[in-house]
Design a protein around this ligand. Structure first.
Ligand code: DHB
Ligand code: MG
Length: 218
């Protein structure tokens, strides 16, 4: 393989140098775990990468599909200008409420709105609030293609559509997927394929954490 393997030490160096968590972000995962919320949030360097992408796109209006407990929400909202806005969609009432609380603790309640419900129903209702500069997709994998279709209607030209878990825990390329992993990996593979081949997008799977598929709308 070409390039430098990411060792534990190199990863630690990158996070310490570019993406240190503050006390609030450090506390959130354990608090969420105590409530029974799964520990499947993005990594600190993914949070910083989203901030960098927001900066590159001049993002003032951001859409997130899947809030979990607000970890990625807070990273992204911190990169918004004071008059910026982030709408995050969350199906699970406990996750939505926890995100609202965590966003308020971060002092970002004026910029973040949590919309509770099924993203497939909520996304079409956001047409009046478009255009968005960036959409970050990190919810039900079986629905990634639906979220992508909706995002293509809501994100402006020059904006970004980003999907988490594009590597599917390293399984995305496998032709001999174990039965129990198919529900996770196959929809991600289909999402990557559409991100790679849709003429409206210029995309790449970036191998950061569990992979982020980044597409520029053209
Ligand atoms: C898993 C990880 C994620 O980041 C996610 O969004 C959903 C599931 C997982 O590893 O199961
Ligand atoms: Mg994810």
């Amino acid at each position: 393989m070409k390039g430098t393997p990411i060792t534990e030490e190199l990863h630690a160096y990158i996070v310490e140098t570019f993406a240190p968590e503050d006390d609030l972000l450090k506390r959130l995962p354990a608090e969420a775990e105590a409530k029974g919320i799964p520990q499947i949030h993005i990594s600190p360097e993914q949070g910083k990468f989203l901030q960098v992408l927001m900066g590159a796109a001049g993002a003032k209006k951001v859409l997130e599909v899947g809030s979990l407990f607000g970890y990625s929400t807070i990273w992204m909202a911190r990169a918004l200008p004071p008059d910026g806005k982030l709408i995050t969609i969350e199906l699970d009432p406990l996750h939505a409420q926890t995100t609202r609380e965590n966003v308020a603790r971060a002092g970002l309640a004026d910029r973040v709105e949590v919309r509770e419900g099924d993203a497939r129903a909520i996304l079409p209702q956001l047409a009046g609030e478009a255009p968005f500069d960036l959409a970050f997709i990190d919810a039900e994998k079986a629905e990634y293609l639906d979220y992508m279709d909706a995002a293509l209607r809501l994100v402006r030209k020059g904006g970004l559509i980003i999907g988490d878990n594009a590597s599917a825990r390293g399984l995305v390329w496998r032709t001999d997927l174990p039965e129990e992993e198919r529900g996770f990996a196959l929809p991600i593979r289909a999402f990557n394929q559409r991100m790679a081949s849709d003429s409206r997008l210029l995309s790449l799977l970036v191998p950061i954490a569990d992979g982020m598929c980044v597409g520029v709308v053209r």
